[in-house]
Write a protein that binds this ligand. Structure first.
Ligand SMILES: [Zn+2]
Length: 164
């Protein structure tokens, strides 16, 4: 678990180094402080979890998969490697597949094994590639308007009913 924290801290510092051109000394200092901050956050989280009653102790002992899925990366909880998307092919190197990986770490079936940004992007795409739903909605709205303006008997009677 703490190796995951070190990995997270390193990733953050590497990103900062690229963004701000830090010297090695500054980077090291930043790594220490980031790591300390993450550990502090983690221990707060652990306290919060164990303090809440009714939590099965197994769930507390198990590494939290939520911390492995970041906005732009997902960390393999078997080996700590980071990806944009945790592929079935990579999981096979651990004798796992997406299903058994989820089972092992208690990840819900609905949770995509990819970085949050990618999951969100996919969700947008999924919306975009459902033209029939959009078409249906558009047509529904359009026919409502047409019905009212052309004053079909149904619309007229509805109008009468609502005005009386
Ligand atoms: Zn791995």
């Amino acid at each position: 678990m703490s190796s995951l924290v070190i990995k997270m801290a390193t990733d953050l510092v590497v990103a900062q180094t690229h963004a701000q051109q830090l010297t090695p000394d500054e980077a090291r200092e930043l790594l220490f402080s980031t790591h300390a901050t993450l550990l502090a956050l983690q221990s707060q989280e652990a306290v919060g979890t164990s303090a809440s009653p009714g939590q099965p102790s197994a769930a507390v002992a198990r590494p939290d998969w939520r911390s492995s899925i970041l906005r732009h990366a997902i960390t393999c909880m078997e080996c700590g490697a980071t990806f944009k998307q945790l592929s079935a092919r990579h999981l096979r190197t651990h004798d796992l597949d997406p299903r058994s990986y989820r089972d092992k770490y208690g990840i819900p079936r609905t949770q995509a094994l990819s970085a949050r940004a990618i999951t969100a992007h996919r969700r947008q795409l999924a919306h975009r590639i459902r033209p029939w739903e959009l078409a249906h909605t558009d047509r529904g709205a359009a026919s409502d308007t047409a019905e009212t303006s052309s004053q079909t008997p149904a619309a007229q009677s509805r109008k009468r009913a609502s005005s009386s």
